[in-house]
Design a protein around this ligand. Structure first.
Ligand code: THU
Length: 129
């Protein structure tokens, strides 16, 4: 079940996707991260001509939030064509701050169903120190 708050989070991720700088892959991703404070932080993917320097939308949202002083997170919405699930590197970044994060994944092309995951399922046996 997706709550009204989660619906709003998905709408914010959809909007953030409009800012994606996806000049090379053309694959646009938008994210919205709900912190325990109630504030929402957005992200989009930012590509580079030196491809390996590209940063995913998920990490942009987390780094924005952490820069603002946030450390505790509730849910992350991710919107892209075909409702892609977050890459492995981003999963590890999420696990640093929010091992129990709820991840909502939606398709940019359809209003329809939203896939929901717990980060534990996406990244079992995470690395931690
Ligand atoms: N991308 C994301 O923003 N998040 C992911 O979880 C996977 C991939 C971006 C990186 C690149 O700009 C484009 O999607 C294609 O890989």
């Amino acid at each position: 079940m997706v709550s009204p708050t989660e619906r709003r989070l998905i709408a914010e991720a959809r909007d953030a996707r409009r800012s994606a700088y996806a000049r090379y892959s053309k694959f646009r991703v938008g994210t919205a991260l709900l912190a325990a404070s109630g504030r929402v932080y957005r992200g989009c993917n930012v590509e580079n001509a030196s491809y390996g320097l590209t940063v995913c939308a998920e990490r942009v949202a987390f780094f924005n939030a952490v820069t603002a002083g946030e450390r505790h997170f509730v849910a992350l919405a991710v919107v892209s064509d075909g409702a892609a699930t977050p890459c492995g590197a981003c999963r590890q970044v999420m696990a640093e701050f929010a091992p129990e994060l709820k991840v909502l994944v939606a398709d940019a092309r359809r209003r329809g169903p939203v896939k929901t995951f717990l980060l534990n399922e996406l990244l079992p046996s995470r690395f931690s120190l």
